[in-house]
Design a protein around this ligand. Structure first.
Ligand code: PGA
Length: 253
């Protein structure tokens, strides 16, 4: 597994944005899986800068988000749709019809899972999937569990996830209890994965995810099975990794 380590988060963000931009230039209709959360915000900022300086054009880019809170309308400031608008969509020339995010406020969540699965099936393999990791090892909202669902499904959020995500809401009570998430098969189907972890608080879970057993109790550990997953990690999040271990191909930037 390729490990790109830097002490500078800005350097990691710029590097990831350059890779995405290269992919967008090379493919006629690049298909990119997007993530929300604090981790990818800097990548989006770097991408917006590249767009503003004319280095990348999103006209033909298709995006597919990992997840959305169940029960939140798109217009809710804490919805992932709003997050994507604030951090990327409002600042680049992505076409509305090319943006795919599960709908959180719908009469039938089950139907919405079917609809989103259909969209992913039609898209085929994404070119790149951006991924962060939860403190409990979740990817998307695939929470640790005795078993994992392969395709888009409704998930009950753990109390830890609700607490960790509560700063985006006015109180813990307002954090939705459920979400719609892409399943792990859909995530692993991407041609390449750009897996990012930042900060000391992620060091323990990154050790488990990359060096621990592959287990549904740490969904990110399944990324060990992906043939083209590159880990972008700052020195703090990498502090517990055995970087000399020959499972890694390490590059410092
Ligand atoms: P974070 O969230 O980037 O805000 O740490 C990551 C996640 O929960 O997947």
């Amino acid at each position: 597994m390729e490990l790109i380590i830097s002490q500078s988060i800005k350097t990691l963000n710029d590097y990831c944005a350059e890779l995405l931009s290269k992919c967008i230039k090379e493919k006629n209709e690049a298909k990119i899986g997007l993530a929300t959360g604090n981790t990818p915000i800097g990548i989006y900022q770097s991408l917006v800068s590249l767009f503003q300086s004319g280095e990348v054009d999103f006209t033909n880019v298709r995006t597919y988000n990992l997840d959305e809170y169940l029960g939140l309308p798109k217009s809710h400031p804490s919805s992932f749709y709003s997050f994507m608008r604030r951090h990327l969509i409002d600042h680049v020339n992505l076409k509305e019809e090319h943006i795919n995010i599960p709908h959180g406020k719908i009469a039938s969540p089950e139907q919405e899972c079917i609809r989103y699965n259909h969209i992913l099936a039609q898209a085929g393999k994404l070119d790149v999937q951006i991924l962060g990791i939860g403190l409990n090892g979740h990817i998307g909202f695939n929470e640790p569990s005795a078993s994992l669902s392969p395709h888009t499904h409704i998930v009950k959020l753990t109390e830890e996830t609700r607490r960790v995500n509560s700063p985006a809401f006015s109180s813990l009570d307002e954090v939705p209890t459920h979400a719609i998430t892409m399943g792990v098969a859909s995530i692993l189907r991407s041609k390449s994965i750009l897996f990012m972890a930042l900060g000391k608080e992620k060091s323990k879970i990154m050790k488990q995810a990359l060096e621990g057993p592959v287990t549904t109790q740490c969904p990110a550990s399944l990324l060990q099975l992906h043939p083209n997953c590159t880990v972008f990690i700052d020195e703090k999040a990498a502090s517990e990794l055995d970087v000399k271990n020959n499972i890694y191909d390490v590059q410092y930037i």
